[in-house]
Design a protein around this ligand. Structure first.
Ligand code: ZN
Length: 270
């Protein structure tokens, strides 16, 4: 599943070749994504200039003259910028054409989204109520502590709650907690201020490291045949069930929490 770093690298990858271009056509091969793609999009978009591309949580916000195209990659989506005459393959559901270029959404599992919104971001139900961006200025250790003391759930579930902070998915929750030396199952409201400051630092550092690792995949967005796969990174605990901890050698454990695999080192994390 694309997580925040992949979405941010996607944003950078498509912004460079497309910003300032005019949309000339929209092709909907399959409009049945997580929500139906608006049927009038092929009439709405052509003639409008793509002014900018922002990101909020894992939503890409393509700013056109009269509104915002909201894109979400869901479980399996990817976006590429291709020459217009590159034939579409299976699962290439939506094309936004910009003259001789095309922005193509491939989404085998169809949990992604392509929606049109006119008006302020906060007036859209998917964007209203989102917490601070983890790498933004609105996110602070003190703010995180205040949000956590109001929650009775496990710390891992709390930091994956988009009302607390957006874009911390399953991989980065496990990795941040390992780096902050905190057990994923500890009660969020029991976190001390120093522990919270550590967690805050490590959430940001973990995401920054992933962004740095992903920067090298940018060129793939321009390739006709390149699969913009998700980053292959070296994780401390994620996906390493039973393997030795990279710090102390203890076997990494996997425990289900909130229906998701949760990896931790029982020695390093207390
Ligand atoms: Zn360890």
């Amino acid at each position: 599943m694309p997580e925040l770093p992949e979405v941010e690298v996607t944003r950078r990858g498509i912004a460079a070749p497309l910003t300032g271009r005019v949309a000339t056509a929209v092709t909907l091969r399959n409009a049945q994504l997580r929500w139906p793609v608006p049927a009038d999009l092929p009439a709405t978009l052509p003639g409008q200039t793509l002014r900018d591309i922002d990101r909020r949580a894992k939503y890409l916000l393509l700013r056109f003259d009269r509104g915002t195209l909201i894109l979400h990659l869901g479980m399996s989506g990817s976006l590429r910028v291709l020459d217009r005459d590159v034939p579409a393959a299976t699962h290439d559901h939506v094309d936004i054409v910009f003259g001789d270029r095309v922005l193509r959404l491939r989404d085998p599992r169809r949990f992604g989204a392509v929606l049109w919104h006119e008006g302020a971001d906060a007036t859209h139900p998917l964007l209203a109520g989102l917490g601070p961006e983890p790498l933004g200025e609105d996110f602070s250790a003190a703010g995180l502590h205040a949000a956590l003391t109001r929650r009775q759930c496990a710390i891992k579930l709390a930091i994956m709650d988009s009302a607390v902070v957006v874009g911390v998915g399953n991989i980065y929750a496990s990795e941040s907690l390992f780096r902050a030396r905190l057990r994923p199952g500890m009660a969020a409201q029991r976190l001390t201020r120093p522990q919270c400051a550590r967690l805050y630092d490590e959430i940001r550092a973990t995401l920054r490291d992933a962004l740095d690792a992903g920067g090298s995949t940018l060129r793939d967005f321009m390739h006709a045949d390149g699969e913009p796969g998700y980053f292959q990174q070296s994780y401390f605990v994620y996906g390493r069930d039973g393997q030795p901890c990279r710090v102390c050698g203890t076997a990494v454990r996997n425990r289900r929490m909130g229906g998701r695999s949760t990896f931790f080192c029982p020695t390093c994390q207390r």
